[in-house]
Design a binder for this molecule. Structure first.
Ligand SMILES: O=C(O)CCC(=O)C(=O)O
Length: 375
């Protein structure tokens, strides 16, 4: 959509381009710019050619071929015992090994709970800027975080998203308790449901490898309680071929549970190709293996690179819940997954160091954060 730029737009773009990006203290959200009437992507958001989405990525109504769809796992039997449970557990294991990403259905979180959170979050983003800015912070350790892009202080190019986030760090803070009234009940309700799913799936992942004996000590210590929820708001974009909602990265924690929205945007890199993730229904959730599981499993289960493309028509809202271990957890390949033919690929790394490295950078492509632990 190439439109005429008005004088005000040009002035705004000129001003934005002159903001000393790396050190600007006041960060204007992308929603503000779009609401002001944008006809072109401001220079600050234009990706270098090799990072731009391919034109095929932007045909959001195209259904990927069946061989290019992430596996769908029905979680119904995960609460049972016996053969049906074993089958689900094995399906999860296969999905983690072959794809690193899978959709889950019949997971126990009602569609109404998801929709209530989406509605409440849209209300948050629709408020006047000064209301949203009450929660604005660049620091990632705050209980409640309203942010734009990922880390503007370190980015040459910004990402086309604003976000509202909540941290629950046991013994440190619980942003869900202090959430803004207009979405407090909704975030708490949703989080309760997603916590239950994450706990079950996390256990199944380790059972599928026969390493559940490590769950209690090395792995489970602090693994499920720590979470960061990020409600990502991607406004429509006048030129989706020039920018990205989220640039390529892998997730740093243990696993991520995502509500991807029915508006497409998420893409994962599978066998060298960017593939769109198309949810099967409005309540489907997407789960992915993150870096710490890749390290524990010595690379057997992969933390896959993913990104978000934008579209011209509709705002998109995804809800990502990033789980992680406690800061002092030292993550290393589990002993039973290391032998002569599988030498360790990663060195023991304290999660606190891993996290600091991730958040003090821009998002790193090619699974670059894993370099910190790679041998
Ligand atoms: O919006 C999405 O689908 C994914 C978001 C994401 O990758 C992130 O927040 O790190």
């Amino acid at each position: 959509m190439e439109g005429k730029r008005g004088v005000a737009d040009l002035q705004q773009e000129k001003e934005l381009a002159q903001v000393p990006m790396s050190r600007s203290s006041i960060v204007q959200g992308i929603k503000e710019l779009v609401d002001g009437g944008l006809h072109a992507v401001p220079p600050l958001y234009v990706r270098p050619p090799d990072e731009r989405p391919e034109s095929s990525s932007l045909l959001s109504n195209v259904q990927p071929l069946p061989q290019y769809q992430i596996p769908i796992v029905d979680l119904t039997a995960l609460d049972s015992t016996g053969a049906a449970r074993v089958q689900v557990m094995q399906e999860i294991g296969r999905a983690c090994e072959d794809w690193g990403f899978f959709q889950v259905v019949n997971h126990g979180v009602e569609l109404a709970v998801i929709q209530q959170l989406q509605e409440a979050a849209f209300k948050f983003f629709d408020q006047p800027a000064q209301e949203r800015m009450r929660f604005y912070t660049q620091s990632i350790g705050e209980p409640i975080m309203y942010r734009t892009s990922f880390n503007p202080a370190m980015e040459n190019v910004r990402e086309w998203r604003d976000s509202l986030g909540f941290n629950r760090i046991p013994g440190v803070c619980d942003g869900f308790q202090d959430a803004p009234e207009l979405c407090k009940k909704e975030v708490q309700q949703y989080m309760k449901g997603v916590d239950a799913i994450a706990g079950k799936v996390f256990k199944a992942i380790f059972e599928s490898l026969g390493v559940e004996k490590y769950l209690e000590n090395e792995v489970q210590a602090g693994t499920i309680p720590r979470v960061r929820m990020s409600i990502n708001y991607y406004p429509p974009c006048p030129e989706p071929s020039l920018t990205l909602g989220v640039s390529a990265h892998s997730d740093v924690g243990t696993l991520t549970v995502l509500h991807p929205d029915v508006v497409p945007g998420l893409e994962i890199k599978h066998e060298g190709t960017w593939i769109p993730v198309i949810p099967t229904d409005p309540s489907a959730l997407v789960i992915n293996v993150a870096d710490q599981i890749e390290i524990w499993t010595n690379g057997k289960y992969k933390s896959i690179e993913h990104r978000v493309v934008t579209n011209t028509n509709k705002p998109r809202m995804s809800i990502a819940c990033f789980y992680g271990p406690s800061d002092d957890t030292v993550v290393a390949p589990l002993p039973t997954l290391v032998d002569e033919s599988h030498p360790p690929c990663y060195k023991p790394t304290k999660f606190e160091d891993y996290l600091k490295n991730f958040f003090s950078n821009k998002l790193l492509a090619n699974r670059g954060t894993l370099d910190l632990a790679r041998l």
